[in-house]
Design a protein around this ligand. Structure first.
Ligand SMILES: [Fe+2]
Ligand SMILES: [Fe+2]
Length: 219
C-alpha cells in the first residue's frame, strides 16, 4: 500500500471510532462525569501541558528536521494555549495560582507516549492522533460551553485553540503521508495510533462500547 492510501485508511479507522461517540462522551470520560466549564478547563490545562512537554522532550532525539519543526511549533503552541486557558480561568474566578495541573502526576497516555522511540510512532501518536482526539473533544466542549451560556470560553476555543490543534493534526498527517513508505513503518504507525486511541482519557467510555478491538495494551 502506498503511504497516502495507508494514511487515508487510518483516518477512516479513526473517524469510524469517533462516529460512535455521543455528544458529550469525551467530556464525561475525561472528567469522570464532572461536566462543568471550570472543571473541564482545569483538565485542559493538564492536556496542554503534557502535549507541550512531550513535543519538547521528543525534539532533540527526533533526527529529521522536518519533524523537529512540527514538534517545536507544537511545543510553543500548546504552552500558549495553557496561558490562554489560565487567563480564562481567572476571568471565571478560579484560583489558577494555587492550582497544579500535575498534582496527581502525568496521565497514562503521557507515560505511553514518552516511551516512543521512532519518529513515525511519535508523529503518529502525538500530532496525528492525539490532536485528532483534541479536535473532537474541543468540538464537544464548544457545544457544551454554548449550552451552558459561556460564549467567552466557546469563542476562545473556536477562534484560537481549535484551528491550531487542527493545524498540528494536519502537519502530522502530511508527515506520515510522506514517510510511511514501508510495511514496517506502517505497522509501527498503525500500532501507535491504535494504542493512543485505546489509552486516551477522552475516549475511555468507548472501551465498553467496542467489539474488543481497542483494548488497553499490556505493556
Ligand atoms: Fe493545545
Ligand atoms: Fe495541539
Amino acid at each position: 500500500m502506498n503511504s497516502k492510501e495507508f494514511v487515508a485508511g487510518l483516518m477512516e479507522e479513526m473517524d469510524r471510532l469517533f462516529a460512535r461517540l455521543g455528544e458529550t462522551d469525551t467530556l464525561e470520560s475525561e472528567s469522570e462525569g464532572q461536566v462543568d466549564v471550570v472543571s473541564l478547563l482545569r483538565l485542559a490545562l493538564k492536556s496542554e501541558l503534557e502535549a507541550s512537554e512531550l513535543a519538547g522532550l521528543w525534539m532533540p532525539t527526533t533526527p529529521e528536521v522536518e519533524a523537529k519543526m512540527i514538534l517545536a511549533l507544537q511545543c510553543g503552541d500548546e504552552m500558549r494555549h495553557y496561558g490562554l486557558i489560565s487567563q480564562r480561568l481567572v476571568e471565571l474566578d478560579f484560583d489558577v495560582e494555587g492550582f497544579d495541573p500535575l498534582a496527581d502526576g502525568h496521565s497514562p497516555l503521557y507515560q505511553y507516549l514518552r516511551g516512543l522511540r521512532t519518529t513515525v510512532e511519535r508523529i503518529a501518536a502525538g500530532p496525528f492522533t492525539s490532536e485528532a482526539i483534541a479536535q473532537v473533544r474541543n468540538t464537544q466542549f464548544v457545544n457544551f460551553c454554548r449550552s451552558a451560556g459561556d460564549e467567552g470560553t466557546a469563542r476562545l476555543y473556536e477562534d484560537t485553540i481549535q484551528p491550531e490543534e487542527a493545524h498540528h493534526h494536519h502537519l502530522g498527517r502530511e508527515f506520515l503521508e510522506k514517510h510511511c513508505t514501508t510495511p514496517e513503518l506502517q505497522e509501527l504507525t498503525a500500532a501507535a495510533m491504535r494504542n493512543t486511541l485505546a489509552i486516551a482519557d477522552e475516549l475511555r467510555n468507548l472501551a465498553g462500547k467496542t467489539t474488543g478491538f481497542y483494548t488497553l495494551p499490556v505493556s
